[in-house]
Design a protein around this ligand. Structure first.
Ligand code: GDP
Length: 425
């Protein structure tokens, strides 16, 4: 059984909590794309954690946590996160790193920073963790795979190929010092030894686990609207956060995917640049931002304040469709308990005055304004409620309304950031 937990929107939907919850019943949890650029917030018996690169199964000693070939592996960041868990009393998790996974190099982070500086106002709101330069190199075939770290001659040759162009750009476009190859070789050798016990052929491991009927969980980062093909390009990320890509980035056959849990919040939030039709401002935004998530809507990786808005049914229906969701998980429902009435964006008005309900491509999206319907609020705190049936009637009506809007069943509703704060329908 292969399940995927993916995001319907702009990221930060609460996937970390859902993965942590499902990981309890899983044998393998896999990160299949992205790198240390996003954060999954998890609150459990060990405390509160923001995981960036580690799969969310790390709190369950029985789970094998896999870094798949599709991931941008920042080795230093990975070791740092593992150390962080150790310091807080989490038993050492089982980690396997694909030998085909590519290594995020120090120059990727530098190029990300330098490029955002160069672009100034036209920058894409990158987290500056090197992700775009990393994937550019991967597809330009000048990337370095984990397996290549263990052969000095190959590594030297690969670095020489990559660095001709890098150094030219560093010196002439960004006016910075070139990369020192010997220092880099020593640095990589040290990191390679540190991860050696975790490196293996994870594709074989996963195929064998699948054949043996194990429960495998694919953990997506960000959400549909950050997909480079299907999202709000160019305000996207550089690898696909879609369940469909999950099999590729992990190394599993596409037919193995059985369940796609698509996570969405009961309101909208987005961090980074790009069109966000439901963006609120002023006091309304401040209040929703302050009340949102477990400690306000601030990026788990960057601490940046997130843009917030009411639930966007146009964007979410599209996000759910593109993910091919088998069910939707609605999180952060408790956050809306303070409102007399709750607006829901049910259509967009385009710049030329048309009403549309299908999510458009970026140029049209840029000119869209939200069209709202309003639902009555429930004016109470729903945290602590254990059964869906015990939610206030207006709260259930809100869930059922969202379910009709997104055209996919909602079976899990999250009414608080903690692992056990989940209601099943
Ligand atoms: P992810 O990247 O999709 O895992 O999402 P993040 O962790 O970046 O953001 C989700 C935020 O919502 C975090 O602050 C979570 O602790 C919080 N959260 C998740 N589910 C709930 C919920 O049902 N209620 C509340 N109040 N917070 C939640």
């Amino acid at each position: 059984m292969v399940q995927a937990v993916v995001g319907a929107n702009w990221g930060d939907e609460g996937k970390g909590k859902v993965t942590d919850l499902l990981a309890e019943k899983s044998d393998v949890v896999i990160r299949f794309q992205g790198g240390a650029n996003a954060g999954h917030t998890i609150i459990n018996e060990y405390g509160k954690f923001a995981l960036h690169l580690l799969p969310s199964g790390v709190f369950h000693p029985q789970v094998i946590n896999v870094i798949g070939p599709g991931v941008a592996l920042n080795i230093e960041a990975l070791l740092h996160e593992l150390q962080g868990l150790r310091e807080r009393g989490v038993p050492d998790p089982q980690i396997r790193i694909s030998d085909r996974c590519q290594v995020l190099m120090p120059w990727h982070v530098d190029f990300d920073k330098f490029e955002e500086e160069r672009l100034g106002k036209q920058s894409f709101g990158s987290t500056k963790s090197g992700i775009a330069p990393f994937y550019s190199d991967k597809y330009a075939k000048v990337g370095i795979q984990v397996c290549q770290l263990y052969d000095e001659a190959i590594l030297r040759e690969r670095l020489a190929i990559a660095l001709v162009k890098k150094n030219c750009l560093l010196e002439n476009l960004y006016h910075k010092a070139p990369v020192d190859v010997e220092a880099l070789m020593a640095y990589l050798k040290d990191l390679a030894e540190k991860i050696r016990p975790m490196v293996c052929d994870t594709t074989r491991l996963l195929h064998e686990a699948d054949k043996a009927g194990k429960v495998i969980l694919l953990e997506g980062q960000l959400g549909t609207l950050r997909d480079p093909d299907h999202g709000i390009y160019p305000y996207t990320t550089s690898s696909s956060p879609l369940a469909g890509y999950g099999c590729v980035g992990a190394g599993l056959p596409p037919r193995s995917l059985t369940d796609i849990f698509c996570v969405t919040k009961a309101y909208s939030s987005a961090v980074g640049a790009g069109p966000f039709v439901c963006r609120l401002s002023g006091d309304t935004a401040d209040e929703l931002r302050r009340r949102g998530g477990d400690a306000g809507e601030f990026g788990a990786t960057t601490g940046r304040p997130r843009d917030v808005g009411w639930f966007d049914a146009v964007a979410t229906r599209y996000g759910v469709m593109v993910q091919g969701a088998t069910e939707v998980v609605l999180t952060n429902l408790d956050v809306l308990g303070y409102l007399d009435e709750i607006p829901v964006c049910v259509a967009y008005e385009t710049a030329d005055g048309q009403q549309i309900t299908d999510f458009p491509a970026t140029p049209v999206l840029m000119g869209c304004k939200p069209v709202y319907d309003k639902l009555p609020g429930w004016k109470s705190d729903i945290r602590g409620i254990k059964r869906y049936e015990d939610l206030p009637e207006n709260c259930r009506k809100y869930v059922e309304y969202i379910e009709r809007q997104v055209e996919c069943p909602i079976r899990m509703v999250s009414n608080g950031p903690k692992r056990e704060e989940i209601l099943y329908r």
